[in-house]
Design a protein around this ligand. Structure first.
Ligand SMILES: [Zn+2]
Length: 588
């Protein structure tokens, strides 16, 4: 009897440990073990919880009940939720509840998350075949795909993209929210998807995937990791879309004029397959190269100084980047949400500073800025044309894709501050955000205190329960000049011979109260718009500088439910009328 109890206890413990981010992302601390203690990221997360709770769960679930033939409990929302993309926000919302519950422990988020999972279970049962769809005529969609009529995708508004949000929501309810039921529903839904495409040959798959399909390859890679069942790996590969994949594996950038956020999640899927695949698998290098090359080409050749990309939702040709100066529809928030996912994934495979540098840039300058700091509305486009403005969502009105990813973004700020490498017995400090890490496995607490980026540095206090050996790795950002970084512990400066763009290691025995003082002096520098050298940004350290230029002429600042209200339609300010800088060094 005693043995049984012990066994049961062990099973319970391993179960609990599994259902946190390290279940899929082994170097990542559970969000609940990293507490942000002050500053704009804490403010953004707390505000976002309040915004999330202004949405009505039953209204978000209504499209799913309708498609399953169940009696309705509430009316569906308007805007994109009744224009054919019905249900996409429901999936995002489930992810957001799970993430914010994990990050803050908010019980209302948990209650709503559990309720949504049980409603999805009811929908799945009513459908009888494992599906959970919110878009109109979803049963007809599946019937036609089964028959090989893949052209049907164009009669729908990105059906697979929409379903991917539900898949991801269920995965996240399990991954972040520890809801075991969500995992079962997720896998049953995965089986339905495997079955729906089972009759398609490679040509039919390729034609179907010409239509935006979100990160379907990513969620099937997750299902493979969760179960070890190779049918999910096979399906992840089938969702690769050769048009992009083959080009990326050959390191050829064929992204000109392509819809940007259609492509980024594909690369997230390539990365996940590479991460989980055996290094000896015959196609390991292909998936790895596709993911790495996609990241390189987008980050180094197609991103603006804020870390975002796309104009009018598309990647411009190299010669057309000057369009950014006149375009209302600048970088889209969803793209950066997905680029951060890709960056985290690549970092798990190769923990390089260039990944962390990009992450920091995109997090501070784009993602954090896409939330209004007072009312918490979300942003779709961030125009790069001088003196233009951005439009914000209002809860329950705007139902854009970027509202969906926006709901998730602000709960995840604790995910990449610290990562660990158990093989190397190392802790990475990637971001300078005031926070407390509870490294449970090692019984160590790390306190980071800083007012970064107002303060040019940060302080770490290490508190192990008993003296412990491990390697602390601190990012030497590429924006700190050589010889300027300081990492001082016990009177020794560990940064002395280090290079920008590397991790500075302190490998020692740590005792309670050990302090590491880090100095990251910032310089002011200019960065050019890709291929447009006479259009520049001014950067201080990782931060893109801006200027207040007035609040006049901003019609539609808070969007209503109209179809095109996510765009800042107000008139553009002539480049001759915007404020300008006169300096000795910069001549136009
Ligand atoms: Zn979007």
């Amino acid at each position: 009897m005693k043995k049984k109890w012990i066994l049961l206890l062990l099973i319970t413990i391993s179960f609990t440990n599994l259902a946190a981010q390290d279940a899929l992302y082994p170097n990542t601390f559970p969000l609940g073990d990293v507490r942000i203690t002050a500053g704009p990221f804490k403010h953004a997360c707390d505000l976002n919880v309040k915004v999330l709770l202004q949405y009505d769960t039953d209204r978000l679930l209504a499209p799913f009940l309708r498609e399953a033939g169940l009696p309705k409990k509430a009316e569906t929302y308007g805007n994109w939720e009744k224009d054919g993309l019905d249900g996409h926000i429901g999936g995002h919302y489930l992810s957001a509840l799970a993430i914010h519950y994990a990050a803050t422990g908010n019980q209302e988020c948990k209650k709503r998350m559990d309720y949504m999972v049980s409603e999805f279970a009811r929908v799945q049962q009513a459908n009888g075949d494992g599906s959970i769809c919110g878009f109109p005529n979803s049963k007809k969609f599946a019937e036609e795909i089964r028959k090989g009529n893949v052209g049907i995708v164009w009669n729908y508004w990105v059906a697979w993209y929409n379903m991917h949000k539900t898949y991801a929501g269920l995965r996240d309810a399990w991954l972040y929210g520890k809801n075991e039921k969500a995992k079962k529903i997720f896998l049953k839904f995965c089986d339905w998807g495997v079955d729906v495409i089972s009759n398609l040959d490679d040509r039919q798959m390729e034609r179907m995937l010409d239509n935006e399909f979100g990160g379907m390859n990513e969620v099937y890679a997750d299902a493979w990791q969760m179960t070890g069942n190779p049918k999910y790996l096979d399906t992840a590969k089938r969702f690769s879309h050769k048009q992009i994949f083959d080009s990326m594996t050959r390191r050829i950038d064929n992204l000109d004029n392509k819809h940007a956020n259609t492509q980024v999640p594909k690369a997230v899927g390539y990365q996940r397959v590479a991460e989980l695949n055996s290094k000896t698998a015959s196609d390991y290098n292909e998936f790895m190269t596709a993911a790495e090359f996609f990241w390189e080409t987008v980050v180094f050749h197609r991103s603006l100084s804020l870390g975002g990309n796309s104009r009018g939702e598309h990647f411009p040709e190299a010669g057309k980047c000057s369009d950014y100066m006149h375009e209302r529809q600048g970088p889209e928030s969803c793209n950066t949400n997905n680029m951060l996912k890709l960056t985290e994934g690549l970092f798990r495979i190769h923990p390089k500073v260039e990944y962390a540098d990009f992450y920091e840039r995109a997090l501070y300058n784009h993602i954090l800025s896409t939330q209004h700091p007072e009312h918490g509305g979300y942003v779709y486009f961030t125009p790069a044309c001088p003196s233009h403005y951005r439009v914000y969502s209002a809860p329950g009105e705007a139902m854009w894709c970027c509202v969906g990813t926006g709901m998730e973004n602000h709960g995840k700020y604790g995910q990449f501050i610290y990562t660990h490498d158990t093989v190397d017995n190392a802790l990475y400090v990637n971001l300078f955000i005031p926070s407390e890490l509870n490294w449970k496995e090692k019984k160590i607490k790390i306190v980071q205190e800083t007012d970064f980026p107002n303060e040019e540095g940060t302080t770490l206090t290490v508190n192990p329960s008993k003296a412990t050996q491990f390697k602390l790795l601190i990012r030497y950002p590429s924006w700190v000049e050589q010889g300027k970084m300081q990492v001082v512990c016990d009177g020794v400066d560990y940064a002395k011979n280090a290079q920008p763009g590397s991790y500075i290691a302190i490998d020692r025995q740590w005792s309670k109260g050990d302090v590491v003082e880090i100095k990251t002096p910032m310089t002011v520098r200019i960065e050019e718009l890709p291929n447009v050298p006479n259009a520049i940004s001014i950067m201080r350290g990782p931060i893109l500088l801006g200027a207040r230029t007035g609040t006049e002429n901003m019609p539609g600042l808070i969007a209503g439910g109209g179809r095109w209200e996510h765009i800042a339609h107000g008139s553009l300010v002539s480049l001759f009328d915007v404020p300008y800088i006169i300096g000795k060094e910069v001549i136009f």
